[in-house]
Design a protein around this ligand. Structure first.
Ligand code: G6P
Length: 503
């Protein structure tokens, strides 16, 4: 079926991303349970429904034996997911090493961890080899499942080598690549030993997409300055072959959140939360426990706010939901201890017998569909089962007075979108939500503290006006619209290229 504007909605789409939307947990020799994976990429792509999609990726677990692999492939198949099996050693050098210790910090302008700099330089080559090998393994699985006419959509910094590997296997494949993180200035990209290999591999795609125009521009200038290629308004040209480069800002499935607010279980959570925090304003942060999310800076700004405006000490609570991530990477381990230390200090300083200012909840996942039990589970079971299900998350967003999103740098932060979608009851990513949100410099804790006060004391009229702006944006720039635009642009790009070569 096709929409009136002739978008091929039921086209087969092979989505390829490092992580599958579900992560597997082994329950027995041949039995598995599947939990929803965390992160913006997963939550956005799950909102893309109008394609015949298959998802190819890693299930987040080492499965060395054939019995386990067969059983997991079957379980994932029921969810239209196809696993790529990566062994522990590859995961260590490709995922923990090259992806998350090198590319991720560099693309977010954090540089390499200082004390690791030399060690990283030494182990760089071996990590890059593992990166290439892992990308080849993804390419083999894609190639195996590819059918003529499919669109292959590669995602994120883990798979920059994939477009080249795919075109080597079948030059007629329609290949798009989209980056979910910022692409840094060419001056930063230049510091990567593998800078040219990565750019050339990405350029093998037919269409290359970024969240913002700035990231697209950085990519084109990296190609012109580092590879000496020609940048055009359409993209990058290499010996007559054009790789189209453009910005496609992502969105969420806003209807899913809006509809959830009507459900009885969400209403129960809302009631429970309202009772629990009666008489206090609720501020909310929901982040993966990642240094780019600026969690320590956010908490320090909240401390500054309590210090500057003591009137608010027992009238506001900050709920900080943190989802641990990449826990084998040392920088992430350090961050966890740092956040615990700061929260403990501030609660000790401003807490009373009846109220603590910060509730810091480490959840193994947030937004999971699996469980019905919600906040009470987290708050009361303490320590054991710590996932925040989708309904509890929607309820939290709905009762929140102020969402604090203070990423130091982010591809596109979708927590702010989810919050806006759920604020329907009570009328209130920086570049996209500009006019509706209060924009802050997350590095300046005094400025953030003042903005917290501004948000808490805003008149209902101003709140309503800002909310309307945000709400219209979030409900029109959806995940489906993002995917439709990318895929139709990819189809058009390939047709244009074919016409050009025929001329
Ligand atoms: C970000 C990245 C995604 C990644 C997600 C979760 O959103 O852009 O590619 O999947 O973080 O990180 P993880 O390392 O757990 O997959």
């Amino acid at each position: 079926c096709e929409k009136p504007d002739a978008r091929p909605l039921r086209q087969r789409l092979l989505v390829v991303a490092n992580r599958l939307p579900v992560s597997a947990v082994r329950k027995g020799e041949d039995s598995w349970s599947l939990e929803m994976s965390a992160g913006g990429l997963v939550s956005a792509l799950l909102g893309v429904k109008e394609f015949e999609a298959r998802w190819i990726g890693w299930a987040g677990v080492n499965v060395p034996d054939e019995v386990g692999q067969k059983a997991l492939t079957k379980a994932l198949g029921e969810k239209r997911c196809i696993p790529v099996f990566l062994d522990e050693e590859i995961v260590h050098r490709y995922y923990n090493g090259y992806c998350n210790n090198i590319l991720w910090p560099l693309f977010h302008y954090l540089g390499l961890p200082q004390e690791d700099r030399l060690a990283t330089t030494r182990s760089f080559q071996s990590q890059f080899e593992a990166y290439k090998k892992a990308n080849q393994m993804f390419a083999d699985v894609v190639h195996q499942h590819y059918e003529e006419g499919d669109v292959v959509w590669c995602h994120d910094y883990h798979l920059m080598f994939l477009p080249k590997c795919l075109k080597e296997r079948n030059n007629n494949m329609k290949v798009g690549w989209f980056l979910h993180t910022p692409f840094p200035s060419s001056e930063i990209h230049r510091t990567l030993p593998s800078r040219s290999d990565l750019l050339r591999s990405v350029l093998a795609a037919d269409l290359v997409g970024f969240h913002t125009y700035d990231y697209a521009r950085h990519f084109v200038s990296a190609c012109t300055r580092i590879l000496g290629l020609e940048g055009t308004p359409e993209g990058v040209e290499d010996q007559g072959r054009l790789t189209r480069v453009a910005a496609f800002p992502i969105g969420i499935d806003s209807d899913r959140f809006i509809r959830a607010l009507e459900l009885p279980q969400v209403q129960v959570h809302i009631k429970e939360l309202k009772e629990r925090f009666a008489g206090r304003k609720v501020m909310l942060g929901v982040d993966r426990l990642d240094m780019i999310k600026g969690i320590p800076q956010k908490i320090l700004a909240f401390e500054k706010f309590l210090e500057e405006y003591p009137y608010w000490c027992d009238k506001v609570v900050l709920l900080q939901i943190a989802v641990p991530t990449r826990t084998d990477v040392p920088e992430y381990q350090k961050l966890t201890s740092q956040v615990h230390e700061i929260v403990g200090r501030i609660n000790g300083r401003f807490g009373t017998l009846t109220a603590v200012p910060i509730h810091h909840l480490m959840c193994i996942s947030a937004g999971n569909f699996k469980r019905m039990a919600g906040l009470s589970l987290i708050a009361e079971k303490g320590g054991r089962d710590r996932s925040l299900d989708f309904f509890a998350l929607c309820a939290l967003y709905a009762v929140t007075d102020v969402a604090l999103v203070t990423s130091l740098r982010d591809g596109m932060n979708l927590v702010s979108y989810e919050f806006v979608a759920c604020q329907d009851l009570k009328k209130g990513a920086a570049q996209s939500l500009g006019a509706g949100a209060i924009l802050v410099n997350p590095w300046n804790i005094t400025e953030v503290a003042d903005s917290i006060r501004q948000a808490l004391t805003m008149t209902p009229e101003e709140r309503e006006k800002r909310h309307q702006h945000n709400f219209v944006h979030v409900t029109t720039h959806t995940a489906q619209e993002w995917a439709d635009t990318f895929v139709s642009e990819l189809n058009d790009t390939v047709i244009e290229a074919q016409l050009r070569t025929r001329q």
